[in-house]
Design a protein around this ligand. Structure first.
Ligand code: PSU
Ligand code: MN
Length: 307
C-alpha cells in the first residue's frame, strides 16, 4: 500500500511479536490546546512503553497515512496550523491532495487494522450528538466500530453526546461494550451516566479473551472498552451537565455543526469549567493508555500460549 507507511520500529515490533498499541491524533490537534496536547501525547506513549508495549501514534503526513509517528513528527503535527481532522470519508481526499491530517477514532481504526494492530487507545469516542434524532449527526466512529475488528479503549463516549442513543446505535452495529470494573457506561468526565451495561470485565485478560472469541468466529466488528476515570479525578455528572448544556446551546446559536462541532464543544467546556475538564481529559487518556497496554500484553501472552 503506497499511501500507508508503517514505521520501521513498528514493523520490527510486529515481527518480534511484541504488543503494539495504536493512538489517535485528533485529540492532539483538535481535542486539546497547546502545549498540553504535545506533553500529553508524549507522556501517553511513555506510559505504554513502561507497560512493555509499543506505542504507534497515527496521522496523515503530506498525504501518507503514517503508523508510528516519531516524537519529532508528533511535535510537528501539534505545531502546524493546517492540519485537517480526518475521518473515514476524508482519507482518499487527504491522501490524493497531500494534506496533513489528524485521524479520528474511525480513521485510526482503519489504519490500525491495515497495520495489523488490534488495540487502540483514545479518550472518548464520537457518538450520537444531542438532537441527533433530527440532525442525524452520528459520528462515523460508531459505524467503524461495527465493521473494523479493532478493540478501542476509551472512557466511554464524550458527555457532550446523547449517551443513551449512542449505546443503542452501538448495539445495532453489533459492538460489544465492556465496562471495565463497572456495571455502568461512564460519561467521560464522570464515572456514571445512569446507563447500565450488559458486560462487565474485571481484568485485562477478560478483554483479551473476548477479542479472541470474536476473532475465532471471524466476526469483523470492533469492541469498545469503557474505562471510567478515577473517583478522585472525576467531575460528577450533576456538576458538569449544566456546563455541557451551556456549550451545546452556544453551538446552536452560532450554527456550529459537522466535524467542527466536537472540537468547539470541548473548547467551550474547557473555558466554562476553568480548565478542569482538560485536566480530566488528560488523566483519562493516561488511564486508558495503561489499560490498553495491559490488554495488548495479555492478548500477546494468550497468542503465545496458542490455546
Ligand atoms: N476524544 C477526546 N477528544 C477528541 C476526540 C475524542 O477526548 O478530540 C475526537 C476523536 O478523534 C473522535 C472525534 O473520533 O473527536 C469525533 O468527532 P466527530 O464527532 O466529528 O465524529
Ligand atoms: Mn459529526
Amino acid at each position: 500500500m503506497k499511501s500507508l507507511i508503517i514505521a520501521d520500529r513498528i514493523q520490527q515490533a510486529k515481527y518480534d511479536r511484541r504488543p503494539v498499541v495504536a493512538l489517535e491524533s485528533t485529540v492532539i490537534t483538535h481535542g486539546m490546546p497547546y502545549p498540553e496536547n504535545i506533553e500529553t501525547a508524549l507522556e501517553v506513549e511513555k506510559i505504554i512503553e513502561k507497560e512493555v508495549a509499543v506505542p504507534a501514534t497515527i496521522a496523515v503526513l503530506a498525504g501518507k497515512i503514517k503508523v508510528g509517528l516519531s516524537r519529532k513528527e508528533i511535535k510537528e503535527l501539534a505545531d502546524r496550523e493546517d492540519v485537517e481532522k480526518i475521518s473515514r470519508r476524508d482519507i482518499p481526499w487527504a491522501v490524493s491532495s497531500g494534506k496533513y491530517g489528524s485521524t479520528t477514532v474511525a480513521a485510526t481504526m482503519i489504519a490500525s487494522h491495515r497495520a495489523d494492530i488490534r488495540f487502540f487507545v483514545t479518550g472518548g469516542i464520537g457518538g450520537v450528538h444531542r438532537g441527533g434524532e433530527n440532525s442525524l449527526d452520528i459520528s462515523a466512529d460508531l459505524t467503524e466500530l461495527g465493521r473494523t475488528p479493532v478493540t478501542v479503549i476509551s472512557a466511554g463516549a464524550k458527555a457532550i453526546l446523547d449517551l443513551e442513543l449512542t449505546l443503542e446505535r452501538l448495539e445495532t452495529e453489533g459492538v460489544p461494550v465492556l465496562g471495565f470494573k463497572t456495571d455502568e457506561f461512564p460519561a467521560f468526565y464522570s464515572r456514571k451516566s445512569g446507563l447500565k451495561l450488559k458486560i462487565r470485565v474485571d481484568t485485562p485478560q477478560d478483554i483479551a479473551e473476548i477479542a479472541r472469541a470474536r476473532d475465532d468466529l471471524e466476526l469483523k466488528n470492533g469492541i469498545l472498552v469503557a474505562n471510567p476515570i478515577s473517583r478522585e479525578r472525576e467531575i460528577p455528572l450533576a456538576e458538569i451537565e449544566p456546563e455541557i448544556k451551556k456549550a451545546v446551546a452556544e453551538a446552536r446559536d452560532e450554527d456550529i455543526s459537522g466535524s467542527a462541532l466536537t472540537p468547539f464543544l470541548l473548547e467551550r467546556i474547557k473555558k466554562i469549567s476553568s480548565g478542569q475538564s482538560l485536566k480530566v481529559n488528560i488523566e483519562l487518556l493516561k488511564n486508558n493508555a495503561r489499560l490498553g497496554a495491559r490488554v495488548a500484553v495479555s492478548h500477546q501472552n494468550l497468542e503465545v500460549m496458542g490455546d
